[in-house]
Design a protein around this ligand. Structure first.
Ligand code: ATP
Ligand code: MG
Length: 425
C-alpha cells in the first residue's frame, strides 16, 4: 500500500479529552473517528488490526470445532421476552420499533438467538456437542462510555455459544474454550490472566474473566504470584479473583504470595447450564426418546477493546508498538528523499520485492509522501509497524539502507538486497 493513497489521518496534537494512552494514540494515528459518544468509525489502520485479531480468533475457534456464523444485529424482542430477559436487561438495551410498530432491539449479546437457531435444527442428542460463534457488532447503551473504544457503546465482540449433552461434557467444552482463549491471547502478544468471576446478568456458576494487566484497567485483581509463571494447565486452578469476589478474611493465599493489580477485561466465559434451553424449550431427544435440555455456555472476547488493550500494554513515548502477529502492516518502507532518483529506485524495488512478489506474502506500507524526513520518521514510530526500512540519500552513497526494529529501536545497516532477502524467507 502506498502511504500517499492510504487513509491514515495522523496528527501531532494530543487530544485533550482522551485520558488514557491507547485512546490518545488511536486518535493521533488516525485509527478511529468518533461519531457519537462511545460510537466510532474504524479507519483503515484500525480495520486492519481488527481483521488480524479476527483471523487469530477464527483459527483458534476452528481448532476446537466451533462454527462461525453471523447472527443478526437486530433481533425481535419476542426471543428476549421468551427467555425472561427483556425486562431485566434495562437501559443498556437499545430498543427499536419497526414501521409496523413491532418490537426489536440491537443485540447486546446473542444467547437467545443462538438457542433459537439451535432448537430449530437440532432435534437429537446426536447433534451434540455444538458450538456456534460469531464476530459481530454489539450495542450496549453504557451509562458511562469511556476511554475511547475500551468501553464503547458500539463494539465488536466475538461471542460463542455451546450446547452439550450433560454437565460433564459441558465442563469439557468449557475447559477447551478456556485453553483456546489462553492460546488466542498469547498469539496476540498478550499475557492473559484468567480470574474466577461472577457470572453477572447471564447467570450460572462456572465463569472466568480474561484480564490483561494494565494500570488503566477498570478491574481490580487479586492473585497468587504463581499465576505469572503458571503452565497452561495450572492457569485454570491458580487463585485469581476480581475485587467483587475477593474476601481478605477467607483468602486461602498467604499475604506474601498475594498480588494486586489493575486489569482490562478482554474476555469472559460462562457455564450457565440449562437456563436458556429450559426457558426457551430448546430440547433434543436422548437415546430413549426422552426430552433432554442441553447444558449451555457462552464465551465472549472484546475484539475492539483488545485493540486498545494491546496498545496499553505495548507502546512508548513515540507511539504504538504492534506485536508482529496483529500489526496493521508487517513492514513500512520510508523513502526519506523522494526527489533523489536513486533513493526512489531503491525504495521502489524494495517495496516491490517484499510486498508484491508472491513468494513474500508480507504486507508493506510504503511511505512515498512528499513530507519532511522528521514527519515521516515520527509517523512511522507513531503508527508502530514492527519493521521500518529506511532509505535515505546519505546512506545510499555507501549503498546501504537501514532496518529498524520498532520495539527494540535497534538499527542495522544492510544492502538493499540483504534487506529484501531478510523478508523473503
Ligand atoms: P464489562 O464488565 O467490561 O462491562 P461485561 O461483563 O459486560 O464486561 P461480556 O458481556 O462478558 O462483558 O462481554 C464479553 C466481552 O466484551 C468483555 O469481556 C469485554 O472484553 C467486551 N465488552 C463488554 N462491554 C464492552 C464495551 N462496552 N465496550 C467494549 N468492549 C466491551
Ligand atoms: Mg458490561
Amino acid at each position: 500500500m502506498l502511504f500517499s493513497r492510504f487513509f491514515a489521518p495522523t496528527s501531532k496534537d494530543v487530544p485533550s479529552d482522551a485520558k488514557i494512552v491507547s485512546h490518545r494514540l488511536m486518535l493521533r494515528s488516525g485509527m478511529i473517528s468518533q461519531a457519537a459518544s462511545g460510537i466510532y468509525c474504524w479507519l483503515p489502520l484500525a480495520t486492519r488490526v481488527l481483521d488480524k485479531l479476527s483471523k487469530i480468533i477464527c483459527e483458534e475457534q476452528d481448532r476446537i470445532g466451533a462454527n462461525r456464523v453471523y447472527f443478526t444485529t437486530i433481533q425481535p424482542a419476542d426471543l428476549w421476552i421468551e427467555s425472561g430477559r427483556y425486562d431485566v436487561y434495562g437501559k443498556e438495551m437499545l430498543r427499536i420499533k419497526d414501521r409496523k410498530e413491532g418490537d426489536f432491539l440491537y443485540s447486546p449479546t446473542n444467547e437467545e438467538q443462538a438457542t433459537d437457531v439451535f432448537r430449530k435444527y437440532v432435534k437429537s442428542y446426536k447433534g451434540l456437542p455444538t458450538i456456534l460463534y460469531q464476530i459481530h457488532w454489539k450495542f450496549r447503551d453504557e451509562i458511562r462510555p469511556k476511554f475511547g473504544v475500551m468501553r464503547g457503546r458500539e463494539f465488536l465482540m466475538k461471542d460463542g455459544y455451546s450446547f452439550d449433552i450433560d454437565f460433564c461434557m459441558a465442563k469439557k467444552t468449557y475447559e477447551n474454550v478456556f485453553k483456546s482463549y489462553v492460546a488466542t491471547f498469547r498469539r496476540m502478544g498478550l499475557t492473559p490472566v484468567p480470574v474466577q468471576a461472577d457470572s453477572g446478568a447471564i447467570g450460572g456458576n462456572m465463569s472466568h474473566e480474561f484480564q490483561i494487566l494494565a494500570d488503566t484497567g477498570e478491574s481490580t485483581l487479586y492473585y497468587d504470584r504463581k499465576l505469572l509463571t503458571a503452565s497452561d494447565n495450572e492457569l485454570m486452578t491458580t487463585y485469581a479473583v476480581t475485587d467483587e469476589k475477593y474476601d481478605p478474611v477467607n483468602s486461602s493465599i498467604p499475604e506474601k504470595d498475594l498480588l494486586m493489580s489493575r486489569g482490562i477485561e478482554v474476555g469472559h466465559i460462562f457455564h450457565f447450564g440449562t437456563k436458556y434451553s429450559k426457558a426457551m424449550n430448546a430440547f433434543v431427544l436422548d437415546e430413549k426418546g426422552n426430552k433432554l435440555f442441553p447444558e449451555m455456555g457462552s464465551y465472549g472476547i472484546g475484539v475492539s477493546r483488545l485493540v486498545a488493550a494491546i496498545i496499553e500494554s505495548s507502546h512508548d513515548d513515540r507511539g504504538i508498538i504492534w506485536p508482529e502477529t496483529v500489526a496493521p502492516f508487517d513492514i513500512t518502507i520510508l523513502n526519506l528523499h523522494r526527489r533523489d532518483s536513486h533513493c526512489c529506485e531503491v525504495a521502489d524495488e524494495i517495496y516491490r520485492a517484499v510486498s508484491l512478489r508472491a513468494s513474500s506474502g508480507r504486507e508493506a506500507l510504503y511511505d512515498d509522501r512528499d513530507i519532511s524526513v522528521g514527519e515521516k520518521m515520527a509517523d512511522a514510530d507513531l503508527i508502530g509497524i514492527p519493521w521500518q526500512i529506511i532509505v535515505g540519500s546519505k546512506k545510499m552513497e555507501r549503498g546501504v539502507v537501514e532496518l529498524k526494529n520498532r520495539k527494540s529501536g535497534e538499527i542495522i545497516e544492510m544492502s538493499p538486497a540483504e534487506v529484501t532477502g531478510r523478508f523473503m524467507s
